[in-house]
Design a protein around this ligand. Structure first.
Ligand code: ADP
Ligand code: MG
Length: 225
């Protein structure tokens, strides 16, 4: 007799628990963030400014972890909209910009205009941010991340490519399984959530990676006219 929960049940249980706590935790975090920003006055020493910046980033990181947990095991009854993919990617790049600053990472974009997809924009953002964050984190000494968007008749293709540590074949195979992380303070949830989200949009994710050379994530999403 096995008393273990199935993976999907486990995830649903985590999801339900998390949504109960998430709001309660977010309120004090929001308040802390607000007061930190008030403390951040121009005449502070560089050291103090840096401490405030780190605190803000860590708060944002905690918030993202909450977002990832919240997405677990949720059925994808989506609030979909017709959105312009170029506009959406630019927004994501703006959001992730502060994360690149202390890391010596540049983001270069080559984005189509006037391509439309039918998705939930917040969920798409979350999935792109997870992939972009991994790309940035894969380059401890800095480098470039390229975001390129192309199209054929049926699909929009978003490529996110880094010059990072890369992955072995075995590591690629494990991508997206719950809690799989090679990072000291990783959650191992980002990829799993991203895969779920893209799948819920009837899209696909392909991964090309070479150890010590870099990684390319290719996201294919059905195009609408
Ligand atoms: P986390 O980032 O918290 O570790 P993720 O689910 O986002 O969890 O990623 C899982 C693992 O996949 C990472 O720990 C890393 O080992 C690997 N990975 C994901 N993206 C990349 C990338 N662009 N380059 C190298 N390794 C990656
Ligand atoms: Mg990650």
């Amino acid at each position: 007799l096995r008393l273990e929960m199935q993976n999907s049940e486990k995830l649903r249980a985590i999801g339900e628990l998390t949504s109960v706590f998430a709001h309660e935790i977010r309120n004090p975090m929001q308040a802390t963030r607000g007061f930190l920003q008030l403390l951040n006055e121009p005449d502070l020493s560089d050291k103090k400014k840096e401490y405030i910046q780190i605190s803000l980033e860590e708060l944002d990181r905690a918030n993202e972890i909450i977002n990832d947990f919240l997405s677990l095991g949720k059925p994808s009854i989506e609030d979909k909209k017709r959105i312009n993919i170029g506009y959406q990617i630019q927004r994501v790049v703006n959001i992730i910009h502060s994360y690149t600053l202390n890391r010596n990472v540049e983001i270069e974009t080559d984005i189509l205009e006037n391509c439309w997809i039918y998705v939930n924009p917040q969920r798409l953002n979350q999935s792109l941010i997870n992939i972009l964050k991994n790309a940035i984190e894969s380059m401890p000494n800095g480098g470039t991340v390229w975001i390129k968007c192309t199209t054929d008749d049926r699909y929009i293709k978003i490529s996110i490519k880094d010059q990072g540590i890369g992955m072995t074949k075995k590591q690629i195979e494990r991508l997206g399984s719950p809690y799989y992380s090679l990072k000291e303070s990783g959650t191992g949830l980002g990829m799993m959530v991203s895969f779920q989200i893209i799948r819920s949009f009837k899209g696909k994710i392909q991964v090309n990676s070479e150890k010590d050379v870099g990684t390319e994530f290719i996201i294919l999403l059905p195009q609408i006219s």
